[in-house]
Structure formats: C-alpha cells, structure tokens
Write a protein that binds this ligand. Structure first.
Ligand SMILES: NC(=O)c1ccc[n+]([C@@H]2O[C@H](COP(=O)([O-])OP(=O)(O)OC[C@H]3O[C@@H](n4cnc5c(N)ncnc54)[C@H](OP(=O)(O)O)[C@@H]3O)[C@@H](O)[C@H]2O)c1
Length: 292
C-alpha cells in the first residue's frame, strides 16, 4: 500500500502504543490522531477528540473525515478494571469497534488486539481457536470477530506486554523507577509472555499496514519470560539492585482478573511476511534506554 497517498486515522493516540504509532506514522501519510479527552499539544498532526463509544460523536466524525485506513488502538486495556467494570470495557472494546466499522465502512480497519484472546495452555498462533479466560479477553475477541465479519481486507494485529519509558503506566517503567528509588517490588513468577517495546511494536504495525497484510498477525519479543524474570533482566541491563525484586505467585494477589499462565504470542507468521526476526530483550532495552 502506498501510505504516502493514504489518509490514516490512529485512535487511542494518547495511549502507551498510540503515542508511538503517532510518531511512527508521522510524515509518512496524511495523518489524523484521535484522542479520548486530552489532545497532544506538542504534536503538529491533525487531531480529533471525543468518545468513540458515543454514536452521535462517531457519526459526526465520519462526516468530517474520510480515512482510507483506521488503526484502532483505542481500548480499555486495564485487565483488572475490565473484570470489575465490564460495562466500561464493553463500551470501548466492543461498542466503539462496532460504531467505527459501521460509520467508516470504506476504510481498511487495522485492529490492535491481545494475547489474552487465548487461554493458559499454549502460546497462540494467529489462526488458533480463541479461548479467553477473562472479561478483557472476551471483549477483545468480540471486537476481533466484528472486524473479521466486516471485511476480509481488514487486519487484526495481536500484541502483548508492551513496555516503554513515557508518562504511560507499564511494568518496565514501574520496575525501573522503583529500583532506581530503592523500592521493593514484586514480580509474578508463574505467568509468562514475550514482552516487546511499544516503539518496535508501532514500527511493526507500520510495516504490516504498508505491506497491506490482511487476516491476523502477532507481534511480540523473541524471549518468553515471567514478570519476575523480566524485572531481573531490567535490573541486570540497567545495573540496578535486583535484591529489591521479590518473586511472588499470581494467586497471591486479591481482586485480580484471571490471566493465562502461558500468555504471549507466536510471531512466526509476522517474521515470515516482513522478513525480520522479533527482537531480543536486550535490543529492546537498548532502544528504550535512548528515551529515558
Ligand atoms: N499494553 C499492553 O501491554 C497490551 C497488551 C496486549 C494488547 N494491548 C492492546 O494494545 C492496544 C493499545 O493498548 P495501550 O496499552 O496503548 O492502552 P492505553 O495506554 O490504555 O491506551 C488506550 C487509549 O484508548 C483511549 N480510549 C479509551 N476509551 C476511549 C473512548 N471511549 N473513546 C476514545 N478513546 C478512548 C484512551 O484514552 P484515555 O486514556 O484518555 O481514556 C487511551 O489513550 C489495545 O488494543 C490493547 O488491547 C496492549
């Protein structure tokens, strides 16, 4: 796809991933960034602000812009909040997807989804049967099904355990800031995934969009680690004191949504299409160290 000539709308542009998507697509297409409530005053790109779960707003938006491609990164991605506030989760993870598909029927829909589409027993491949174990996963899968039913030309990109060093909350930032301040932290040792930076994820989403991929693709790092191992790797790489990291069992947390024990994503299909390997943790730490 020749992105230079394309009008692209990125939703969730104020989020952990959306911020990097905005940076990555900037200057390479006719870009509009969509924010829920707070615009980015530093960005020079066109911006839209509103609630994508509000039918009147989405209708109005569809009368003012006509994107060729929508990269949908807007979500309620707080897994525990989704569990305990399912109606809030449904609003953005399902209803907003439905509205965008309805009011922008001619746009290619690139939908960001999650490894929590799968259950606990294996690392999912793109076309494996979906079997979510929590409300967040169930709602994201409902969103995926809407996207698939709308057009074969659409693209679902599942991502997992994103990290970065921006003002957005994520496990890497929590580990880095806590250890630097000599604060004790806990890391779950009995659940694994393959973390990757939001920076590389945005770049890979750009490449998949440019390649005009359709169907379903996965993005994740080359290494599968628990949160505990990840924290230790951060400490080792950045020369921080790992004695502050306490390994804990996932069951030791109360009021938490269930999570798959073996999460993460099989990314072979993406590697084959793009002709590049998913990055090792050390490469990703090096990349993020440039923005700290
Ligand atoms: N972070 C991860 O590790 C991870 C793992 C697997 C999959 N994912 C997927 O990756 C995508 C991006 O996640 P993220 O971590 O970047 O999430 P995030 O930081 O929470 O960003 C989501 C964005 O969506 C916006 N949004 C929420 N409700 C909205 C609404 N009603 N109307 C318009 N915008 C709304 C939010 O704006 P406000 O903050 O202003 O409400 C926020 O900027 C999601 O599809 C998520 O499911 C993320």
């Amino acid at each position: 796809m020749n992105l230079n000539d394309s009008k692209i709308l990125i939703t969730g542009a104020g989020g952990l991933l959306g911020f990097r998507l905005g940076e990555t697509f900037s200057g390479k297409c006719d870009l509009t960034l969509h924010y829920h409530s707070t615009p980015d005053k530093k960005s020079s790109e066109k911006q839209q602000i509103g609630d994508l779960s509000n039918i009147d707003y989405v209708k109005e938006l569809s009368q003012s812009i006509r994107p060729d491609v929508i990269i949908n990164s807007a979500a309620l991605a707080d897994v525990d909040r989704c569990e305990f506030e399912p109606e809030e989760s449904r609003k953005i993870n399902v209803k907003a997807v439905k509205l965008l598909l309805k009011y922008f029927p001619d746009a290619k829909f690139v939908h960001v989804s999650t490894d929590y589409a799968f259950d606990t027993d294996h690392v999912g491949k793109p076309d494996d049967e979906r079997s979510p174990v929590n409300t967040y996963g169930q709602h994201k899968v409902e969103g995926e099904k809407l996207v698939q039913a709308a057009s074969e030309n659409n693209l679902i990109i599942r991502v997992n355990t994103l990290f970065d060093y921006t003002d957005k909350r994520n496990f890497f930032k929590y580990v880095f800031d806590s250890l630097r301040a000599s604060k004790k932290i806990s890391g779950v040792k009995d659940q694994t995934s393959n973390p990757i930076s939001a920076i590389t994820t945005a770049e890979l989403i750009f490449e998949l969009t440019k390649a005009d991929a359709t169907g379903c693709f996965h993005i994740g790092g080359a290494e599968f680690v628990s949160r505990y191992e990840f924290a230790v790797r951060v400490a080792d790489y950045f020369k921080l004191d790992k004695s502050f990291i306490v390994p804990v069992e996932a069951d030791s947390f109360e009021h938490r949504a269930r999570r798959p024990q073996m999460a993460g994503l099989d990314c072979e299909k993406t590697e084959e299409l793009l002709g590049r390997k998913m990055p090792a943790l050390e490469e990703e730490f090096r990349l993020v160290s440039r923005v700290i």
